[in-house]
Design a protein around this ligand. Structure first.
Ligand SMILES: Cc1cc2nc3c(=O)[nH]c(=O)nc-3n(C[C@H](O)[C@H](O)[C@H](O)COP(=O)(O)OP(=O)(O)OC[C@H]3O[C@@H](n4cnc5c(N)ncnc54)[C@H](O)[C@@H]3O)c2cc1C
Length: 215
């Protein structure tokens, strides 16, 4: 192992740092198989603190990061084009109980849209974004791409479902706006800024999401 992978393994556990070409192939080629690249490693942090540590380590080694959720993005942005580390969010699987009164839920970036929909449906509610890639596309990826889908005309795209995010900045600082306050006018609306930013501003680790009455 080189210094980079040794440091990553010390931070998040060797089992969650992949370097074997066969194991990382699914992370370096996208869903369409039109885009493929190379990576020094795939890091699979399991908590927000671990995401921050991976980002700090990569910054220290001056290695670029590509955040990746379900890898269904279709435009090549989820795979590295010039090496570096793929930061997979799939282990960020927090899924809080639905707040049925407020019609809100907090979900980790690695929760798939299908899982989120099932969770909302169990509480008699609906998540406003649905797309054919829902079994793999993640909460974080759909925020980063501001994904639309089958219900966009009715409910708007992902941005319209977003009440807040928790995210890690390029220097490892964590911003957290998961309070779910609808009329929050304190400072910049960082959550809306992150929506559609394709991983260029921050790595989303969790989100507070609006749910809809499904009747
Ligand atoms: C069959 C099919 C149907 C689709 N239908 C639609 C559709 O109807 N509407 C639509 O908008 N899209 C659609 N898509 C495209 C795709 O599913 C969406 O863009 C989806 O939002 C990608 O989510 P993902 O988790 O797979 O993200 P990925 O593909 O892994 O990543 C996409 C981008 O987001 C960044 N990213 C991922 N996770 C994070 C994170 N946690 N923090 C910061 N950046 C992150 C990546 O670096 C990359 O730039 C479809 C794709 C397929 C294969």
């Amino acid at each position: 192992m080189d210094r980079l992978t040794t440091d990553l393994a010390a931070a998040i556990g060797a089992a969650h740092v992949l370097t074997d070409p066969e194991l990382i192939a699914g992370y370096t080629t996208d869903w369409s198989r039109r885009y493929t690249g190379t990576a020094q490693a795939v890091a699979r942090p399991g908590t927000t603190a671990e995401v921050a540590e991976v980002i700090r380590i990569c910054a220290r080694h001056q290695v670029p990061i590509v955040p990746q959720g379900g890898n269904t993005g279709l435009v090549g942005a989820s795979v590295p084009s010039r090496g570096g580390v793929v930061l997979s969010t799939r282990r960020l699987r927090r899924l809080d109980p639905v707040d049925a009164l407020a019609a809100q839920v907090t979900a980790g970036a690695g929760v798939t849209i299908a899982e989120l929909q099932a969770h909302a449906a169990a509480a008699g509610l609906e998540y406003g974004v649905s797309l054919a890639s829902r079994e793999s596309a993640t909460v974080g990826g759909t925020i980063a791409t501001n994904a639309g889908g089958l219900h966009t005309l009715r409910y708007g795209g992902t941005r319209a479902q977003l009440l807040g995010v928790e995210a890690v900045l390029a220097d490892g600082r964590v911003i957290s706006r998961l309070g779910g306050v609808e009329a929050d006018n304190s400072g910049y609306d960082l959550s809306q800024l992150v929506a559609g930013s394709e991983g260029t501003l921050a790595v989303v680790t969790a989100a507070r999401l609006r749910l809809r009455d499904s009747t």
